[in-house]
Design a protein around this ligand. Structure first.
Ligand SMILES: CC(C)(COP(=O)(O)OP(=O)(O)OC[C@H]1O[C@@H](n2cnc3c(N)ncnc32)[C@H](O)[C@@H]1OP(=O)(O)O)[C@@H](O)C(=O)NCCC(=O)NCCS
Length: 195
């Protein structure tokens, strides 16, 4: 599927300004992604990439830009020309119905519902491709991400991985469906459980 097939969406009310969420892959996105890195704290970079990262190398940018809108998909949230958040999924090698999800929001934009909205777009896209389950790898000290999973997928399962925790959930479970119905309706969400 071509990136042009994905509609742009704008939410002006919730974020207090105009914010577009669309698939990654438009001209200029490589530079926009590069521009996101300096707007991330060292902690956010560490939590997302599980290691110290001062800048995005060209090789790493190649990997981040490598979406085919089928097995590898990414959505970006933009304020004007700046990318302020990215969520992506990659279909798991062992199962076409399972995808690995990651999400990242620039520090100045955190706690405004952007990750929720990006994950909602990820879910919509995954449904269209027959993906029924998600997996996310989170460092044990990453409380925000654990709380985010609790908020969007309360029925998740947790397991140990080599470098932290794995979360697995189905987007069709009743609690997740209720959450995303609320997100779509732009209503306020229930408080998160403890991680
Ligand atoms: C985790 C992360 C993506 C959350 O993004 P965000 O846009 O701030 O998240 P949202 O505003 O959509 O928050 C959704 C819910 O998640 C939980 N949450 C998110 N950040 C939280 C925090 N710092 N403290 C407590 N709860 C948090 C809350 O339940 C929140 O709902 P609420 O604000 O109504 O209470 C962001 O902190 C980030 O980019 N961290 C660095 C990268 C990372 O850790 N990625 C995850 C591993 S791939």
């Amino acid at each position: 599927m071509s990136v042009q097939d994905w509609p742009r969406s704008t939410s002006a009310v919730e974020f207090g300004c105009s914010l577009d969420i669309r698939a990654l892959g438009q001209p200029g996105d490589r530079d926009r992604l590069k521009g996101l890195c300096p707007r991330l704290s060292a902690r956010s970079r560490y939590m997302r990439f599980h290691g110290a990262l001062n800048e995005l190398s060209e090789t790493f940018l190649d990997q981040l830009m490598d979406v085919d809108h089928d097995l590898r998909e990414a959505f970006v949230a933009l304020q004007g020309e700046e990318i302020v958040g990215v969520a992506r999924y990659v279909v798991a090698a062992e199962s076409p119905s399972l995808a690995e999800v990651t999400v990242l929001v620039a520090d100045a934009w955190q706690r405004q519902g952007i990750a929720r909205h990006l994950l909602s777009r990820v879910r919509e896209s995954a449904v269209q491709r027959g993906i029924t389950g998600f997996r996310a790898s989170v460092l044990p000290s990453n409380e925000p991400a654990q709380r985010l999973v609790n908020a969007v997928a309360p029925d998740h399962h947790v397991f140990r991985t080599s470098d932290g925790l794995g979360f697995r959930w189905s987007h069709s479970d009743p609690a997740s469906r209720r959450h995303f119905a609320r997100t779509t309706a732009a209503e306020s969400s229930t408080p998160a459980a403890s991680p």
